[in-house]
Design a protein around this ligand. Sequence first.
Ligand code: SF4
Ligand code: SF4
Ligand code: SF4
Length: 355
Amino acid sequence: MFLASSTDLRRLVAQLQHTHDVWAPQPDPGSGQVFFDRLADAERWSPGAPLPAMPPKEVFLPQMDCILRYRYDRQRQEATLWPSVDERPKALVGIRPCDLAGLQCLDRFLIGQDFVDEVYLAHRRKTLIVVETCTEPFPHCFCVCTDSGPAAREGYDLSITDIGDGNEPLYLAEAGSDEGRALAEAGGWPVAGRREVERGREVVDRSIARFPDLAKKNKAWISRTMNRVTTGFIKPGTWEYVGRQCFECGGCSFVCPTCSCFTIEDVACGADVWERLRTRDSCSLEGYTRMAGDHNPRKPVEDRRNKRFFCKLSYAQSKKYLRPGCVGCGRCVWVCPGDIGMPNVVRYIHREVAD
Ligand code: SF4
Ligand code: SF4
Ligand code: SF4
Protein backbone atom coordinates (compact mmCIF):
# COMPACT_ATOMS: atom_id res chain seq x y z
CA MET A 1 0.00 0.00 0.00
CA PHE A 2 1.14 3.52 -0.80
CA LEU A 3 0.26 7.05 0.21
CA ALA A 4 -0.62 9.72 -2.37
CA SER A 5 -1.59 13.36 -2.12
CA SER A 6 -4.09 15.10 -4.42
CA THR A 7 -1.12 16.57 -6.30
CA ASP A 8 0.35 13.07 -6.79
CA LEU A 9 -2.95 11.84 -8.24
CA ARG A 10 -3.35 14.82 -10.57
CA ARG A 11 0.22 14.28 -11.74
CA LEU A 12 -0.64 10.64 -12.43
CA VAL A 13 -3.73 11.65 -14.40
CA ALA A 14 -1.76 14.24 -16.43
CA GLN A 15 0.83 11.56 -17.18
CA LEU A 16 -1.84 9.03 -18.23
CA GLN A 17 -3.27 11.58 -20.64
CA HIS A 18 -0.16 11.13 -22.83
CA THR A 19 -0.82 7.43 -23.29
CA HIS A 20 -4.52 6.85 -22.54
CA ASP A 21 -7.94 8.18 -23.26
CA VAL A 22 -8.71 9.25 -19.67
CA TRP A 23 -12.31 9.16 -18.33
CA ALA A 24 -13.28 10.53 -14.92
CA PRO A 25 -16.26 11.95 -12.99
CA GLN A 26 -16.67 15.66 -13.69
CA PRO A 27 -19.37 18.07 -12.52
CA ASP A 28 -21.19 19.82 -15.35
CA PRO A 29 -20.52 23.57 -14.88
CA GLY A 30 -24.16 24.42 -15.76
CA SER A 31 -26.24 21.90 -13.82
CA GLY A 32 -23.66 20.77 -11.28
CA GLN A 33 -24.65 17.20 -12.12
CA VAL A 34 -21.73 14.77 -12.28
CA PHE A 35 -20.96 12.86 -15.48
CA PHE A 36 -18.37 10.19 -16.18
CA ASP A 37 -16.77 11.73 -19.23
CA ARG A 38 -13.55 12.14 -21.20
CA LEU A 39 -11.14 14.26 -19.20
CA ALA A 40 -9.59 17.07 -21.23
CA ASP A 41 -7.87 18.72 -18.27
CA ALA A 42 -6.51 16.86 -15.20
CA GLU A 43 -7.66 19.79 -13.03
CA ARG A 44 -11.30 19.04 -13.90
CA TRP A 45 -11.21 15.61 -12.24
CA SER A 46 -13.22 15.86 -9.07
CA PRO A 47 -12.24 13.22 -6.48
CA GLY A 48 -15.00 12.65 -3.95
CA ALA A 49 -17.68 13.76 -6.46
CA PRO A 50 -21.06 12.03 -6.11
CA LEU A 51 -21.85 8.98 -8.19
CA PRO A 52 -22.10 10.10 -11.85
CA ALA A 53 -25.56 10.19 -13.41
CA MET A 54 -24.58 7.57 -16.00
CA PRO A 55 -22.38 4.54 -15.36
CA PRO A 56 -19.04 4.15 -17.15
CA LYS A 57 -20.50 1.54 -19.51
CA GLU A 58 -20.64 4.52 -21.91
CA VAL A 59 -16.88 3.95 -22.43
CA PHE A 60 -17.25 0.35 -23.60
CA LEU A 61 -20.88 0.00 -24.67
CA PRO A 62 -21.78 3.52 -25.82
CA GLN A 63 -25.33 4.69 -26.37
CA MET A 64 -24.54 4.62 -30.08
CA ASP A 65 -21.50 2.95 -31.62
CA CYS A 66 -20.59 2.52 -35.29
CA ILE A 67 -19.21 -1.02 -35.30
CA LEU A 68 -18.81 -1.51 -39.05
CA ARG A 69 -18.90 0.33 -42.38
CA TYR A 70 -19.48 -1.53 -45.62
CA ARG A 71 -19.96 -0.96 -49.32
CA TYR A 72 -22.14 -3.31 -51.31
CA ASP A 73 -21.49 -3.63 -55.03
CA ARG A 74 -24.88 -4.65 -56.38
CA GLN A 75 -23.64 -5.68 -59.82
CA ARG A 76 -20.91 -7.96 -58.55
CA GLN A 77 -22.88 -8.81 -55.41
CA GLU A 78 -19.77 -8.21 -53.33
CA ALA A 79 -19.38 -6.49 -49.98
CA THR A 80 -16.30 -4.65 -48.75
CA LEU A 81 -16.11 -4.34 -44.96
CA TRP A 82 -14.29 -1.76 -42.83
CA PRO A 83 -14.51 -2.80 -39.19
CA SER A 84 -14.65 0.23 -36.93
CA VAL A 85 -13.13 -0.53 -33.55
CA ASP A 86 -11.61 1.80 -31.01
CA GLU A 87 -8.51 0.14 -29.53
CA ARG A 88 -6.95 3.17 -27.83
CA PRO A 89 -5.88 2.39 -24.26
CA LYS A 90 -8.32 3.85 -21.76
CA ALA A 91 -7.92 4.88 -18.13
CA LEU A 92 -10.95 5.08 -15.86
CA VAL A 93 -10.02 7.29 -12.93
CA GLY A 94 -12.30 7.69 -9.92
CA ILE A 95 -14.77 4.97 -10.90
CA ARG A 96 -16.85 3.92 -7.87
CA PRO A 97 -16.79 0.31 -6.58
CA CYS A 98 -20.42 -0.43 -7.57
CA ASP A 99 -19.70 0.70 -11.13
CA LEU A 100 -16.56 -1.45 -11.21
CA ALA A 101 -18.69 -4.44 -10.14
CA GLY A 102 -21.13 -3.49 -12.94
CA LEU A 103 -18.28 -3.44 -15.43
CA GLN A 104 -17.25 -6.91 -14.30
CA CYS A 105 -20.81 -8.11 -14.99
CA LEU A 106 -20.58 -6.71 -18.52
CA ASP A 107 -17.17 -8.38 -18.98
CA ARG A 108 -18.52 -11.75 -17.92
CA PHE A 109 -21.56 -11.43 -20.11
CA LEU A 110 -19.94 -10.00 -23.25
CA ILE A 111 -16.46 -11.53 -23.27
CA GLY A 112 -16.43 -14.14 -20.51
CA GLN A 113 -18.55 -16.83 -22.14
CA ASP A 114 -18.43 -19.01 -25.26
CA PHE A 115 -19.20 -16.16 -27.67
CA VAL A 116 -16.96 -13.12 -27.44
CA ASP A 117 -18.23 -9.67 -28.42
CA GLU A 118 -15.23 -8.48 -30.43
CA VAL A 119 -16.27 -4.82 -30.45
CA TYR A 120 -16.64 -4.69 -26.68
CA LEU A 121 -13.34 -6.55 -26.32
CA ALA A 122 -11.59 -4.01 -28.55
CA HIS A 123 -12.88 -1.15 -26.37
CA ARG A 124 -12.08 -2.96 -23.15
CA ARG A 125 -8.79 -4.73 -23.88
CA LYS A 126 -6.37 -2.04 -22.72
CA THR A 127 -8.00 -0.48 -19.70
CA LEU A 128 -6.40 0.90 -16.58
CA ILE A 129 -8.69 1.32 -13.58
CA VAL A 130 -8.29 3.60 -10.56
CA VAL A 131 -11.25 2.97 -8.26
CA GLU A 132 -12.22 5.37 -5.46
CA THR A 133 -13.63 4.04 -2.18
CA CYS A 134 -16.78 5.81 -1.02
CA THR A 135 -16.03 7.30 2.36
CA GLU A 136 -19.77 7.85 2.77
CA PRO A 137 -22.80 6.62 0.83
CA PHE A 138 -24.75 8.88 -1.51
CA PRO A 139 -28.57 9.07 -1.45
CA HIS A 140 -30.15 5.79 -2.71
CA CYS A 141 -26.90 3.77 -2.48
CA PHE A 142 -27.33 0.19 -1.27
CA CYS A 143 -24.11 -1.57 -2.38
CA VAL A 144 -23.86 -3.00 1.15
CA CYS A 145 -26.81 -5.25 0.22
CA THR A 146 -25.29 -6.46 -3.04
CA ASP A 147 -21.69 -6.96 -1.96
CA SER A 148 -20.27 -4.35 -4.32
CA GLY A 149 -19.11 -1.47 -2.12
CA PRO A 150 -18.30 0.87 -0.54
CA ALA A 151 -14.73 -0.41 -1.21
CA ALA A 152 -13.64 -2.50 -4.19
CA ARG A 153 -12.11 -5.90 -3.67
CA GLU A 154 -10.94 -6.82 -7.18
CA GLY A 155 -10.67 -5.73 -10.78
CA TYR A 156 -8.62 -2.55 -10.33
CA ASP A 157 -5.06 -1.41 -10.94
CA LEU A 158 -5.16 1.11 -8.09
CA SER A 159 -7.75 1.53 -5.34
CA ILE A 160 -7.64 4.88 -3.54
CA THR A 161 -9.24 5.69 -0.17
CA ASP A 162 -9.23 9.18 1.31
CA ILE A 163 -7.91 8.80 4.86
CA GLY A 164 -7.27 12.54 5.28
CA ASP A 165 -8.46 14.60 8.23
CA GLY A 166 -11.29 16.23 6.26
CA ASN A 167 -9.26 19.35 5.45
CA GLU A 168 -6.58 17.99 3.14
CA PRO A 169 -7.18 14.64 1.37
CA LEU A 170 -4.54 11.97 1.78
CA TYR A 171 -5.05 8.79 -0.21
CA LEU A 172 -4.22 5.27 0.80
CA ALA A 173 -3.48 3.64 -2.56
CA GLU A 174 -3.57 -0.12 -2.95
CA ALA A 175 -2.07 -1.64 -6.08
CA GLY A 176 -4.21 -4.40 -7.60
CA SER A 177 -1.90 -5.15 -10.53
CA ASP A 178 1.76 -4.89 -11.54
CA GLU A 179 0.84 -1.87 -13.67
CA GLY A 180 -0.75 -0.10 -10.71
CA ARG A 181 2.26 -0.83 -8.52
CA ALA A 182 4.64 0.43 -11.23
CA LEU A 183 2.67 3.70 -11.49
CA ALA A 184 2.79 4.25 -7.72
CA GLU A 185 6.51 3.51 -7.60
CA ALA A 186 7.25 5.69 -10.62
CA GLY A 187 5.37 8.53 -8.90
CA GLY A 188 7.66 8.14 -5.87
CA TRP A 189 4.66 7.53 -3.57
CA PRO A 190 5.78 6.53 -0.06
CA VAL A 191 4.81 3.12 1.31
CA ALA A 192 1.96 3.36 3.86
CA GLY A 193 2.62 2.43 7.46
CA ARG A 194 0.52 0.20 9.72
CA ARG A 195 -1.35 3.18 11.16
CA GLU A 196 -2.46 4.43 7.75
CA VAL A 197 -3.55 0.94 6.67
CA GLU A 198 -5.57 0.65 9.88
CA ARG A 199 -7.07 4.11 9.24
CA GLY A 200 -8.14 2.89 5.76
CA ARG A 201 -10.08 0.03 7.39
CA GLU A 202 -11.71 2.42 9.86
CA VAL A 203 -12.80 4.72 7.01
CA VAL A 204 -14.52 1.81 5.21
CA ASP A 205 -16.19 0.60 8.44
CA ARG A 206 -17.42 4.11 9.18
CA SER A 207 -18.80 4.40 5.65
CA ILE A 208 -20.70 1.10 6.03
CA ALA A 209 -22.15 2.32 9.32
CA ARG A 210 -23.46 5.45 7.56
CA PHE A 211 -25.75 3.55 5.19
CA PRO A 212 -29.38 4.08 6.09
CA ASP A 213 -31.03 1.34 8.11
CA LEU A 214 -33.22 0.57 5.13
CA ALA A 215 -30.21 -0.38 3.01
CA LYS A 216 -28.80 -2.52 5.81
CA LYS A 217 -32.15 -4.25 6.32
CA ASN A 218 -32.53 -4.84 2.58
CA LYS A 219 -29.52 -7.15 2.74
CA ALA A 220 -31.59 -10.01 4.11
CA TRP A 221 -34.56 -9.05 1.96
CA ILE A 222 -32.49 -9.19 -1.23
CA SER A 223 -31.30 -12.73 -0.57
CA ARG A 224 -34.85 -13.85 0.19
CA THR A 225 -36.07 -12.10 -2.93
CA MET A 226 -33.39 -13.83 -5.00
CA ASN A 227 -34.69 -17.11 -3.73
CA ARG A 228 -38.28 -16.21 -4.63
CA VAL A 229 -37.39 -14.84 -8.07
CA THR A 230 -35.30 -17.91 -8.89
CA THR A 231 -37.97 -20.38 -7.89
CA GLY A 232 -40.72 -18.31 -9.52
CA PHE A 233 -42.49 -18.38 -6.18
CA ILE A 234 -44.01 -14.92 -6.56
CA LYS A 235 -47.69 -14.20 -6.85
CA PRO A 236 -48.64 -12.95 -10.34
CA GLY A 237 -50.39 -10.01 -8.68
CA THR A 238 -47.00 -8.64 -7.62
CA TRP A 239 -45.72 -8.38 -11.20
CA GLU A 240 -49.06 -6.95 -12.31
CA TYR A 241 -48.74 -4.29 -9.61
CA VAL A 242 -45.16 -3.50 -10.69
CA GLY A 243 -46.26 -3.50 -14.35
CA ARG A 244 -49.06 -1.02 -13.64
CA GLN A 245 -46.51 1.39 -12.14
CA CYS A 246 -44.18 1.20 -15.17
CA PHE A 247 -44.21 3.96 -17.80
CA GLU A 248 -42.15 1.81 -20.21
CA CYS A 249 -39.61 4.60 -20.61
CA GLY A 250 -36.49 2.39 -20.55
CA GLY A 251 -34.69 4.72 -18.13
CA CYS A 252 -33.84 1.99 -15.62
CA SER A 253 -32.00 -0.04 -18.28
CA PHE A 254 -30.10 2.89 -19.73
CA VAL A 255 -28.70 4.01 -16.37
CA CYS A 256 -28.01 0.52 -15.01
CA PRO A 257 -24.30 -0.40 -14.97
CA THR A 258 -25.08 -4.08 -15.59
CA CYS A 259 -27.70 -3.83 -18.36
CA SER A 260 -26.18 -4.91 -21.67
CA CYS A 261 -29.06 -5.20 -24.16
CA PHE A 262 -28.56 -3.58 -27.53
CA THR A 263 -29.98 -3.51 -31.00
CA ILE A 264 -28.34 -3.23 -34.43
CA GLU A 265 -29.39 -1.04 -37.30
CA ASP A 266 -27.82 -0.45 -40.74
CA VAL A 267 -27.99 3.15 -41.89
CA ALA A 268 -27.20 4.33 -45.44
CA CYS A 269 -24.48 6.98 -45.41
CA GLY A 270 -23.58 7.40 -49.08
CA ALA A 271 -23.85 5.67 -52.45
CA ASP A 272 -23.97 1.94 -51.62
CA VAL A 273 -22.22 2.59 -48.28
CA TRP A 274 -23.79 1.72 -44.96
CA GLU A 275 -22.88 2.08 -41.31
CA ARG A 276 -23.83 -0.63 -38.88
CA LEU A 277 -24.83 1.06 -35.61
CA ARG A 278 -25.14 -0.60 -32.26
CA THR A 279 -27.48 1.27 -29.92
CA ARG A 280 -28.63 0.40 -26.42
CA ASP A 281 -32.02 -1.21 -26.01
CA SER A 282 -34.25 -1.99 -23.04
CA CYS A 283 -36.34 -5.02 -22.10
CA SER A 284 -38.97 -2.59 -20.79
CA LEU A 285 -39.81 -1.44 -24.33
CA GLU A 286 -42.50 -3.37 -26.15
CA GLY A 287 -40.53 -3.56 -29.40
CA TYR A 288 -37.61 -5.26 -27.72
CA THR A 289 -39.04 -8.77 -28.02
CA ARG A 290 -41.36 -8.14 -30.97
CA MET A 291 -40.71 -10.62 -33.77
CA ALA A 292 -41.47 -10.79 -37.48
CA GLY A 293 -45.22 -11.29 -37.96
CA ASP A 294 -45.83 -9.04 -34.93
CA HIS A 295 -45.64 -11.91 -32.47
CA ASN A 296 -44.45 -10.74 -29.07
CA PRO A 297 -43.80 -13.29 -26.32
CA ARG A 298 -43.52 -10.47 -23.76
CA LYS A 299 -46.29 -8.12 -24.79
CA PRO A 300 -47.85 -7.38 -21.39
CA VAL A 301 -45.76 -4.89 -19.48
CA GLU A 302 -45.72 -7.06 -16.33
CA ASP A 303 -43.98 -9.84 -18.30
CA ARG A 304 -41.28 -7.39 -19.27
CA ARG A 305 -40.86 -6.10 -15.70
CA ASN A 306 -40.72 -9.66 -14.44
CA LYS A 307 -37.90 -10.26 -16.95
CA ARG A 308 -35.89 -7.28 -15.69
CA PHE A 309 -35.97 -8.38 -12.07
CA PHE A 310 -35.28 -11.99 -13.02
CA CYS A 311 -32.22 -10.70 -14.88
CA LYS A 312 -31.00 -8.78 -11.83
CA LEU A 313 -31.85 -11.21 -9.05
CA SER A 314 -32.14 -14.81 -10.21
CA TYR A 315 -29.60 -17.49 -9.39
CA ALA A 316 -29.29 -18.33 -13.10
CA GLN A 317 -28.10 -14.79 -13.77
CA SER A 318 -25.78 -14.82 -10.75
CA LYS A 319 -24.10 -17.90 -12.20
CA LYS A 320 -23.52 -15.98 -15.42
CA TYR A 321 -22.15 -12.85 -13.71
CA LEU A 322 -20.60 -14.71 -10.74
CA ARG A 323 -22.53 -12.21 -8.59
CA PRO A 324 -26.04 -10.71 -8.44
CA GLY A 325 -26.99 -8.67 -11.49
CA CYS A 326 -27.72 -5.63 -9.32
CA VAL A 327 -24.77 -3.75 -7.82
CA GLY A 328 -26.81 -1.42 -5.62
CA CYS A 329 -25.93 1.88 -7.31
CA GLY A 330 -29.47 3.20 -6.83
CA ARG A 331 -29.66 4.89 -10.25
CA CYS A 332 -32.93 3.15 -11.12
CA VAL A 333 -34.36 4.79 -8.00
CA TRP A 334 -33.29 8.24 -9.24
CA VAL A 335 -34.73 7.86 -12.72
CA CYS A 336 -37.88 5.77 -12.38
CA PRO A 337 -41.00 7.92 -12.71
CA GLY A 338 -43.09 4.94 -11.52
CA ASP A 339 -41.19 4.54 -8.23
CA ILE A 340 -40.27 0.94 -8.96
CA GLY A 341 -36.52 1.07 -8.50
CA MET A 342 -34.86 -2.07 -7.20
CA PRO A 343 -35.31 -1.47 -3.43
CA ASN A 344 -39.06 -0.87 -3.81
CA VAL A 345 -39.58 -4.04 -5.84
CA VAL A 346 -37.56 -5.98 -3.28
CA ARG A 347 -39.86 -4.51 -0.62
CA TYR A 348 -43.02 -5.49 -2.54
CA ILE A 349 -41.79 -9.06 -2.84
CA HIS A 350 -40.72 -9.10 0.77
CA ARG A 351 -44.13 -7.82 1.81
CA GLU A 352 -45.70 -10.69 -0.09
CA VAL A 353 -43.34 -13.17 1.59
CA ALA A 354 -44.23 -11.73 4.99
CA ASP A 355 -48.01 -11.85 4.31
S1 SF4 B 1 -23.51 2.33 -4.19
FE1 SF4 B 1 -21.78 2.04 -2.81
S2 SF4 B 1 -19.99 1.94 -4.15
FE2 SF4 B 1 -21.68 2.84 -5.36
S3 SF4 B 1 -21.45 5.06 -5.09
FE3 SF4 B 1 -22.87 4.36 -3.52
S4 SF4 B 1 -21.57 3.97 -1.70
FE4 SF4 B 1 -20.25 4.07 -3.51
S1 SF4 C 1 -30.91 -2.50 -10.85
FE1 SF4 C 1 -30.87 -0.34 -10.20
S2 SF4 C 1 -29.68 -0.31 -8.31
FE2 SF4 C 1 -29.29 -2.27 -9.33
S3 SF4 C 1 -27.43 -1.93 -10.53
FE3 SF4 C 1 -29.18 -1.52 -11.88
S4 SF4 C 1 -29.58 0.69 -11.71
FE4 SF4 C 1 -28.23 0.10 -10.01
S1 SF4 D 1 -37.55 3.59 -15.27
FE1 SF4 D 1 -39.40 2.85 -14.19
S2 SF4 D 1 -41.06 3.51 -15.51
FE2 SF4 D 1 -39.22 3.59 -16.78
S3 SF4 D 1 -39.11 1.55 -17.76
FE3 SF4 D 1 -37.90 1.45 -15.88
S4 SF4 D 1 -39.33 0.60 -14.36
FE4 SF4 D 1 -40.58 1.38 -16.06
